[in-house]
Write a protein that binds this ligand. Structure first.
Ligand SMILES: NC(=O)c1ccc[n+]([C@@H]2O[C@H](COP(=O)([O-])OP(=O)(O)OC[C@H]3O[C@@H](n4cnc5c(N)ncnc54)[C@H](O)[C@@H]3O)[C@@H](O)[C@H]2O)c1
Length: 334
């Protein structure tokens, strides 16, 4: 059995603990979190709980580590994990600065460990269907992509304690950008963005409310991305993810906000169906992603979106923020 450590035991860390322990090829050997309150609740796992990743890395034999700290806090635990020769799966975004992303990329390369970025939508059945259609030539060459991933204002104001140190462009855009590159095979070359601020800053969270981003790709393709953190809380689902791919032979229209069930009651809601507990196990695309990563490690093979791909998406997201700030287009390195 592979021995896995988890850094950051918030929403995602606890989900990963279940995914690892039900995988059949790995188990959680230790976890850590800087918050005492979170450490207390992580004791339910019955493994050592450390206050820092350094302590955990020094004192536990591990094969691989999952980094599930806030967006801006991936660098230190990821770089130190690579230096300890642990394989790593790192939450998206890889980092929120180009310097941090490059440091992680270089550390993983130098150590020769397997690194993966958790772009879980590559395991989401809707996008797997899109990839099948693209591969089978049903859509032809992709001409443009129109995509939005927005959250209700509950996410930055209630769910995340660190929203001011992130933005919709770091928390949400990486999903859209990775899907665009993965599905089309085209490479992003130039980014134009604009955005608005106001609702969140009024509430003391100094970040973008929304960003609108246009990206030019090579070979010729354009994409329009929308990411926002200020949808009304009365929305039927906490997120709104829509993704349209238009090719020269066909098009696909994906709507994962609609989770197939519409429920009336005190409010009109779309209860989540894509990640659920079934027969005592957690099932759904993040769990399948984790299982495939672990089976790959057990077989001695890297799986999934590489750190290099994570770096490319970080560059695109960085360019979006840069462009929105300066009101100038930003060219991406080739
Ligand atoms: N792949 C996805 O689709 C997806 C979905 C949601 C969140 N995420 C990403 O997962 C990451 C975690 O998000 P979350 O929702 O679980 O956040 P969270 O705030 O619930 O959990 C983060 C935890 O990390 C801890 N932490 C902070 N700094 C630390 C450090 N240096 N060492 C150890 N622990 C530390 C915090 O105390 C907190 O308990 C973020 O990067 C987020 O964008 C990814």
């Amino acid at each position: 059995m592979l021995r896995i450590g988890i850094v950051g035991m918030g929403i995602r860390g606890m989900m990963y603990a279940r995914a690892v322990n039900q995988s059949g090829v790995a188990s959680v050997a230790a976890v850590c979190d800087v918050s005492e309150r979170v450490r207390e609740s992580a004791k339910v796992l019955g493994v050592p709980v450390y206050a820092s990743h350094r302590e955990m890395y020094e004192q536990t034999m591990l094969d691989a580590v999952i980094i599930a700290t806030p967006d801006f806090a991936h660098r230190e635990p990821a770089v130190d994990a690579a230096r300890h020769s642990f394989h790593v799966m790192i939450e998206k975004p890889l980092a929120t600065t180009l310097e941090d992303a490059a440091a992680i990329r270089d550390a993983v390369r130098e150590a020769g460990v397997y690194g993966m970025v958790a772009f879980e939508n590559r395991w989401n059945p809707a996008f797997v269907a899109a990839q099948d259609a693209v591969r089978q030539g049903e859509l032809g060459a992709i001409q443009w992509i129109n995509a939005r991933l927005n959250d209700t204002i509950w996410v930055p104001t209630e769910m995340l304690s660190w929203a001011a140190r992130s933005s919709p462009g770091w928390f949400l855009l990486p999903h859209l950008a990775d899907l665009a590159v993965w599905l089309s095979g085209a490479q992003p070359r130039r980014v134009y963005a604009t955005g608005i601020r106001g609702q969140l800053t009024t509430r003391g969270i100094d970040t973008w409310d929304a960003l609108h981003i246009i990206v030019e790709f090579e070979p010729t393709m354009t994409a329009v991305f929308e990411t926002a953190w200020t949808l009304p809380e009365s929305m039927p689902n906490v997120f709104d993810l829509k993704f349209e791919l238009v090719g020269d032979k066909g098009a696909q229209f994906i709507n994962t906000q609609d989770q197939m069930v519409h429920q009336a009651g005190e409010r009109w809601i779309y209860p989540g169906t894509l990640v659920r507990e079934i027969g005592g196990r957690l099932e759904g695309f993040p769990i399948w992603m984790t299982g495939e990563w672990l089976r790959g490690l057990a077989a001695g093979q890297p799986v999934g979106p590489s750190i290099e791909q994570g770096y490319q998406i970080t560059q695109l997201c960085w360019a979006a923020h840069q462009s929105a700030e300066t009101r100038q287009p930003v060219n991406l390195d080739t």
